[in-house]
Structure formats: C-alpha cells, structure tokens
Design a protein around this ligand. Structure first.
Ligand code: UDP
Length: 424
C-alpha cells in the first residue's frame, strides 16, 4: 500500500531555505525531514515549490530519492505572501505540465502543506486520480482567534480556501489532538478523515552538550544567566514578551544585571514588530539594551549551541500549531518556558521538562523565568527530564505514521470514487 512516488506541494516556501526568517520556519523543517525519511523507507518524493530566484535550477536534489522542483509562477522576487493566491493557477499549470511529461501514474499520492498548496493539491487529485493528504500547519480561524496586537487578521479568502481543502482532501494530518479538534469543530472535518501525527526532532543534531563550551562559542561568559528566544521575529511569536519579562526580572533582582544575557535568534518575518530594529528599540526603552543580543538565523550545530548555552528557552507565542523550537531546546537538555497555547502543552511537559504560562502578562512570565533562574534545583530537575521528553518525538516515528495516513487516504479515496460512481 506504500506509495512509490509522492508529489509534495510546498508552494509558498522552499524546504531548501534557511528556517527562522521570512516565511521559512517549522514547515520547511517538517517537509525536508519527512521527505528524507520517506525516501529511505521506499517512497520517492518530489517537492514542488515556487521559484523565488532566476538563479534556481528547475530541479535540485535535496537527498537521495528527494527532488525539489522549482516551479516558475509569477515574479521571482517581491511577491508578498498575500499576493500568492494570484499565482495558484500558474503554479498548478507548472505542476500539471511536469506530470504530463511522465507516464500516467507517475505520482500515486499528493501531500499538500498549507492551504495554498492544498488548493493545487485538490486540482492534482482530480486530474491524476490519486489521493490527497493535506497538512494545514496553521489554520486561519484559529490564528484569528489569538491575534497579537499589531497582527493583521488572516483574510477571508484563506478561510474559504481552507474550508474547500478540508472538503476535498482524503486525509488531513493534524500535529496534535488540539489541532484535530479545531479541524473537526471549526472546519467540519469528518473525524475519520483526521490523523493526529506529532512532528519530530532531529535527535542526532539536537543533543545535550557542555554549556560552558557552547557559551564560549557564542562569546557568552560561563557564569552568565542566559535566556533565549529562537524563531522568526514576528508579533505572533512574541519575543517582546521575553524582553518585558527580562526587564521585570532585573527590576526585581538588580544584582542579576551583571550576569544576565538575553539572546534573540532569528530574522524578520511579516510586518510590524517583526523589524528587529523595533525590538532593539524596545530593549532600549525598557533599559535592557546592554543585556540583549540579537543574532541572525543559524542552522544545525550552530543552533544546537544556542540551545545548550541557554539556561532557559522562552517560547511566548500567541499561537503555535506545535513549536519545534521547544522540542529542539529540550532535546539539547534545556528547559523551556512556553505559552500554554496551541500544541505547546504537548511539546512541553509542564513542571517536568519546562513550565507552561497562561497568557502573556509580564509578571507571570517574570515569575516563571525567575523560578528557573533563582532555583537551580528546579532548573536542574527540568533540564534532567528535558531530553527524555523530547526523545519521545522522532522524525522516523512521524514518517511511519505519515505512511499509515497515506494508506488510509488510499482507502478513503477508493471509497469516495465508488460513491461518486454510484451517484453519477
Ligand atoms: N530555526 C532555524 N534557525 C533559526 C531559527 C529557527 O533553523 O535561527 C528553525 C528551528 O530549528 C525550527 C523552525 O525554525 O525547526 C521553527 O519552527 P517552529 O515550529 O518553532 O515555528 P514556526 O516557524 O513553524 O512558526
């Protein structure tokens, strides 16, 4: 029942981009990690993404058995994410053209990521006669229910598009039970159509290591108290919550000032607070510019070094469908203080591998961060459990579960085909 070759649609962002800036984040990591493993388990993968530079080759190999196809659809540069719906037809035409160059049955499954790709997946499902599996990653209705100040609501066109994809997909993949409930309750998905599959973490890259060595690599003193934020700089991710809480910690414990280091790692994404200069100005206004350091996005070992160097990683997001950063930090043996939203209560085990905070009040965040900073016993207890908690999530397990969902999608597809034949 395993597909021989899956077409994976990732229209709005390429798995070859560096995550942590712009539109590249957890979804890119998810697609690249699962594609590699699908290929290792016998399913070839071709990832279709929109070409964002004329320098890109039409085809690139991401890993053995995994191709990235850069489809020309609209201008290479300068196309805002909000303008992407205008390029769905061009992207679909490009994907259909690639398939038409092969023997019929070249792809035996489509897996679309994010609603824009879902729209194209819907068409490919019809044309190629293969099952469609869709992963939303985030949902417009859910996002609009938890907007940060300064955030622009998701447009109606997205919500309508998502509803259509939920209607048309054979299987929907949710990261957590919470997301599955959102799909069922807010989007009328059939419970049998939803597979809950937790994402994973690269347990070879994100491993515990020497804090002292990691700090030396970042030019951070060995005896510093290090709080860090890792991710795209945008209002929804709320790095401002960490800055305000750090200022409050210093107000409560002025003696910390000589040792406190706040690292903000990531690049701009979206519009508004996303400009790192706005955050820098906020640090100045809060009187903590001397303790805050902004670092550009980084990959692999360089990123693991940040997690290892930190006493605590803060994930203060207003919404998060899962929160891979939280898992990666814990895999490096670093406890996480996270907002109790979206998938974060799954990614972080409260009072075992980190702390969950209700809401985004500065005092509550200063309390949680202060508890770990001032109570080494508690910090060590959570740190000791962190890697074990993260090890429950692996990309191999995610991929095996995806293959089960693909098999289920085939059954659902055949059942729908039979119903359509009867009613035709
Ligand atoms: N990331 C990275 N380099 C950075 C910052 C982030 O590679 O400098 C990656 C990080 O490792 C994680 C992803 O970006 O895998 C962010 O995923 P998450 O689920 O936390 O948030 P999203 O960006 O999907 O909203």
């Amino acid at each position: 029942m395993r597909p021989r070759r899956a077409a994976v649609f990732s229209l709005h962002t390429s798995p070859l981009e560096q995550p942590g800036t712009g539109d590249a984040g957890g979804m890119n990591v998810y697609i690249a990690q699962t594609a590699r493993r699908l290929a290792e388990m016998g399913t070839e993968v071709e990832i279709f993404t929109r070409a964002t530079s004329s320098d890109l080759p039409p085809i690139a190999e991401l890993a053995p058995g995994v191709l990235v196809r850069n489809v020309v659809a609209g201008p290479f540069e300068g196309l805002d994410k909000n303008e992407l719906p205008s390029q769905l037809c061009a992207f679909a035409a490009g994907a259909l053209r690639v398939e038409a160059r092969h023997e019929p049955g070249h792809y035996d499954l489509v897996h679309s990521h994010y609603w824009l790709s879902g729209q194209v997946g819907w068409l490919a499902r019809e044309r190629w006669g293969v099952p469609l599996v869709h992963t939303a990653h985030t949902l417009g209705k859910v996002k609009n229910a938890s907007l940060a100040a300064g955030d622009t609501p998701e447009p109606r066109v997205r919500v309508l598009g998502e509803e259509q994809v939920v209607d048309e997909a054979d299987m929907l993949v949710a990261n957590t039970g919470f997301e599955a409930e959102d799909l069922i309750n807010s989007y009328d998905a059939d419970p049998d159509q939803v597979a809950t599959i937790p994402p994973g973490v690269d347990l070879d890259v994100f491993t515990p290591g020497e804090t002292r060595t990691a700090r030396a690599g970042l030019d951070v003193p060995a005896d510093a108290v290090v709080l860090a934020f890792v991710g795209r700089i945008q209002p929804l991710k709320a790095p401002d919550v960490l800055l305000r809480a750090a200022a409050e910690l210093l107000r409560r414990s002025p003696e910390l000032r000589s040792r406190l280091v706040v690292l903000v790692v990531g690049g701009p994404s979206g519009s508004g607070l996303e400009r790192p200069e706005a955050l820098q100005q906020m640090a100045v206004n809060l009187g903590i510019a001397d303790v805050v350091r902004f670092l550009p996005p980084r990959a692999g070992d360089d990123l693991a070094r940040v997690y290892r160097a930190a006493d605590v990683i803060a994930v203060p997001s207003h919404n998060e469908s899962f929160g891979l950063v939280a898992l990666e930090a814990q895999a490096c043996g670093t406890p996480v203080v996270a907002a109790s939203v979206g998938g974060l209560p799954v990614a972080v085990s409260h009072d075992t591998s980190g702390l969950l905070v209700d809401g985004h009040r500065t005092e509550a965040w200063a309390d949680a961060l202060g508890a770990l900073v001032h109570d080494p016993g508690m910090r060590e207890r959570l740190a000791a459990n962190a890697a074990g908690h993260a090890a429950r999530f692996s990309w191999n397990r995610t991929t095996e579960m995806l293959l089960d969902a693909y098999a289920q999608a085939k059954l659902m597809f055949n059942a729908r085909l039979r119903t359509e034949e009867v009613t035709a």
